[in-house]
Design a protein around this ligand. Structure first.
Ligand code: ADP
Ligand code: ASP
Ligand code: MG
Length: 419
């Protein structure tokens, strides 16, 4: 029988009533002749609560124990979903990640799926079970410990199962009815897209559009999974939601397709660092080892080189998520204590956000950056750091201007209008 993957996010399984509504959708697909693999997230807010408890208990926690705690939310919803389906007379069984097993790397908190053992699930389908419910977000490390796949990781579980079982499609049910030109919670003018290319979605996701986890889009692109995002709160038709697909399946061609934001960014500057060959490696090596995800990097001439030759010192600025600032600070101070780097001061600004415009049309159109900067200037938004790639431009700005900037850019690139 053709296999369909259906993933339900946190708000779609927020309580037993919502789980029931999701299970109705699963039952409808079973009635249409599919065997279904259901991937569930933890109930809305649960993972945040678990992360909060870990931080309260141990601020620089052991990542293995973090995973032991934060993976637990999904166990509850997987069992409840299987029970709900059984109550509807749909033969269903649940699996936690280690039971499948879903093999991952041992990068706790950000593990990558390396393989899925199909045997147990194939055997259950062969016995006549119609639905396999899988706890999303979790896996098993080579050392035999529970891992998690990073926030939003249930999307990746879903796409990985769709690839492993050669599913006809991977449907991601969430609290919005598709992928929009920008987060519909930030701009009322956001417009739903019927299709978006893998490349653009990959950029939007990695720049903060949390509707899909970045790694899930990467996997879908690599394994040619048909990936659809749709609402669990509405009746769904054959063509509901947004399809993420190859570039050549898309008619619409705008220079910019979407605006993304990442709210909780921090900007760190090492002031008057001794400038010598290897200094960047001496700074960013320890940060990487400490698990800090460094994003933008700018090296500047030091303005405060009092009493020193300005050619011998530099200022190094980088950004990372705000919740990694204490790890970053410790890694840099330890490197200074070891004598590996020398700097006068570490300046930390935790009140910044990143706003980005994305579009494959940028490859062939000049002037996108100029238009973006002019739109921000018109609203008095100061740019702190800029980064570009072939199909995106990102800026770091004061957080209090974030929503204004998203709206200004959405207007400046005409995203509210259909061509
Ligand atoms: P789930 O719990 O179902 O995984 P998420 O909260 O992870 O849901 O993702 C859905 C949310 O993503 C939406 O509620 C919306 O606020 C946000 N979002 C951000 N950017 C976009 C976008 N471009 N299109 C749609 N939703 C977006
Ligand atoms: N529950 C996890 C999280 O909140 C995984 C997910 O929902 O995709 O990040
Ligand atoms: Mg999500």
């Amino acid at each position: 029988m053709p296999i369909l993957v259906m993933k339900f996010g946190g708000t779609s399984v927020a309580d037993p009533g919502r789980i029931h509504a999701a299970a109705e959708k699963v039952r409808a697909e079973v009635a249409r002749g599919h065997d279904v693999i259901v991937i569930v997230s933890a109930m809305a807010g649960r993972t945040n609560e678990l992360v909060g408890w870990v931080n309260e208990t141990s601020p620089l926690y052991d990542a293995r124990e973090y995973d032991a705690v934060v993976s637990s939310g999904e166990n509850v919803t997987a069992g409840l979903m299987a029970l709900t389906l059984q109550e509807m007379d749909v033969p269903a069984r649940s699996w936690q990640g280690w039971q499948v097993p879903i093999h991952t790397t041992s990068a706790h908190g950000a593990a990558r799926i390396e393989g899925i053992d199909r045997a147990a699930i194939d055997a259950k389908f062969a016995e006549g079970f119609r639905v396999a419910v899988i706890a999303g977000f979790q896996g098993l490390s080579p050392e035999g410990r529970i891992t998690t796949l990073g926030r939003g990781g249930s999307d990746t579980t879903a796409v990985a199962f769709a690839a492993a079982f050669d599913a006809i499609r991977c449907d991601i049910y969430t609290d919005v009815d598709g992928i929009y030109t920008t987060d519909p919670r930030i701009s009322a003018k956001a417009r739903k897209l019927t299709r978006i290319s893998f490349e653009e979605m990959l950029e939007l996701a990695s720049l903060g559009a949390k509707v899909l986890q970045t790694r899930s889009v990467e996997l879908a692109m690599r394994y040619k999974v048909r990936l659809r995002v749709l609402s669990s709160f509405e009746d769904t038709a054959e063509n509901s939601g947004t399809l993420v697909c190859d570039e050549d399946e898309i008619m619409e061609s705008k220079v910019v397709s979407g605006v993304a934001h990442s709210r909780d960014e921090a900007k760190l500057t090492l002031v008057t660092v001794e400038d010598r060959p290897g200094i960047a490696a001496a700074i960013f090596g320890p940060l990487a080892e400490a698990g800090v995800n460094v994003d933008m990097i700018v090296q500047n001439i030091s303005e405060q080189a009092e009493g020193r030759d300005p050619r011998e010192v530099t200022d190094m600025t980088f950004s990372c998520p705000t919740d990694q600032v204490s790890r970053a600070r410790k890694a840099l101070e330890d490197a200074q204590a070891r004598g590996d780097i020398r700097f006068d001061r570490l300046e930390v600004d935790t009140e910044v956000s990143k706003v980005s415009v994305v579009g494959i049309g940028m490859r062939s159109h000049a002037g996108v950056a100029a238009r973006m900067f002019a739109a921000l200037a018109a609203d008095g938004v100061n740019i702190k750091v800029i980064a570009t790639s072939e199909i995106k431009i990102s800026v770091l700005i004061d957080r209090r201007y974030m929503e204004l900037a998203v709206q200004a850019l959405h207007d400046a690139f005409g995203l509210d209008k259909i061509d």
